[in-house]
Ligand binder design. Structure first.
Ligand SMILES: *[C@@H]1O[C@H](CO)[C@@H](O)[C@H](O)[C@H]1NC(C)=O
Ligand SMILES: *[C@@H]1O[C@H](CO)[C@@H](O)[C@H](O)[C@H]1NC(C)=O
Ligand SMILES: *[C@@H]1O[C@H](CO)[C@@H](O)[C@H](O)[C@H]1NC(C)=O
Ligand SMILES: *[C@@H]1O[C@H](CO)[C@@H](O)[C@H](O)[C@H]1NC(C)=O
Length: 291
């Protein structure tokens, strides 16, 4: 028979974990909801659908990712005729509120008119040993030039170690052609650099590791002996007695292995007679003293 008091006492205990987990689930749902809230900015989309995108292009876009939060501007002023600012972002929209995928925009400083040179939803990217070429296609159509085709931005990113990104500038605008016109830009960045191969061989890495371990042992042991154990003088070295013993053992071992004659055997090279062997060393040295 169950004691009613007992069961009463158990009721809150049983329900409390369930209650907690229910609250947890609600909190987690909230957290996920809040986490998904910020609008994800559009990123580069290489030509072709998901399955046919090349792995090389994906790898390169990943390499360019550190530049995506930066904004680049270049200005050209040629007389009164051309006064433009070019605004560029790597794999992001220049103006994310306009939702036009524009990755490189030309702004006429006299009239304020903007022209999209290239869009990030039509990206092409490839690389060489120390450069990356980023191409945005699908810009606004030319008027009279280039048979009215869509504008295209070609951005050459050259390797420069130590700089995240710098010197964005326009090189030229090729538009006196029937087709395949383009705007050419250049910039420097360390992301275009080849991976620096380590100049350290396995041996030197081992050596460095070994030296570091010894340094840590000595410094750590020294501090331990001094601060925790309270040792003074030579005793501050870690395991001083052990190393002393080891030193003696090594010396004995070497004495045993390396010495060709017993240590206390009379040395024949002295060239002294048997009668002199009993002499005290002081007496033997006496003749060395100046008169
Ligand atoms: C480029 O211009 C934009 C808008 O005018 C500005 O927010 C940004 O800081 C500028 N970037 C640089 C590197 O000057
Ligand atoms: C280009 O436009 C800017 C801003 O309107 C102006 O300050 C500058 O003088 C112009 N440059 C030329 C060469 O007209
Ligand atoms: C890219 O975006 C522009 C503007 O929204 C659109 O006109 C164009 O068709 C898009 N291109 C692709 C390949 O989806
Ligand atoms: C292009 O970049 C990849 C890594 O993203 C690299 O493995 C490859 O060697 C680069 N291509 C050339 C020609 O250097």
């Amino acid at each position: 028979m169950v004691n009613p008091l007992c069961s009463l006492r158990y009721v809150p205990r049983m329900s409390s974990p369930r209650h907690t987990s229910a609250v947890l689930v609600v909190f987690m749902a909230l957290a996920v909801g809040v986490g998904a809230e910020p609008l994800k900015e559009q990123s580069c989309d290489v030509v072709g659908d998901e399955s046919s995108e090349s792995q090389m292009e994906k790898a390169l876009l990943k390499k360019l990712e550190p530049l995506s939060q930066m904004r680049f501007n270049a200005t050209v002023e040629i007389g009164a005729a051309e006064n433009y600012t070019y605004q560029f972002r790597v794999c992001r929209e220049v103006d994310s509120s306009s939702h036009d995928f524009a990755g490189l925009v030309q702004r006429d400083r006299r009239t304020g008119k903007t022209t999209v040179i290239g869009r990030i939803n039509e990206t092409q990217v490839f690389n060489g040993s120390d450069w990356i070429m980023l191409i945005y296609k699908g810009g606004d159509s030319y008027g009279r030039h280039c048979s009215g085709e869509k504008r295209r931005a070609v951005i050459m990113i050259s390797c420069k170690r130590g700089v995240t990104a710098s010197s964005f500038s326009i090189v030229s605008e090729e538009r006196e052609k029937e087709q395949d016109c383009f705007y050419l830009f250049e910039m420097d960045s360390s992301v275009a650099c080849p991976a620096e191969d380590s100049h350290l061989s396995v041996g030197s890495i081992l050596l460095i590791t070994f030296a570091s371990v010894i340094a840590v042992y000595i410094v750590g042991g020294f501090l331990f002996q001094r601060l925790v154990v309270g040792a003074k003088g030579m005793e501050q070295f870690p395991h001083f007695a052990f190393w002393q013993d080891l030193g003696n053992l090594v010396a004995d071992g070497c004495d045993f292995v390396c010495r060709s004659k017993p240590r206390n055997a009379p040395a024949a090279y002295r060239g002294v007679g048997d009668d002199q062997l009993g002499e005290e060393s002081e007496e033997r040295d006496d003749h060395l003293l100046p008169m």
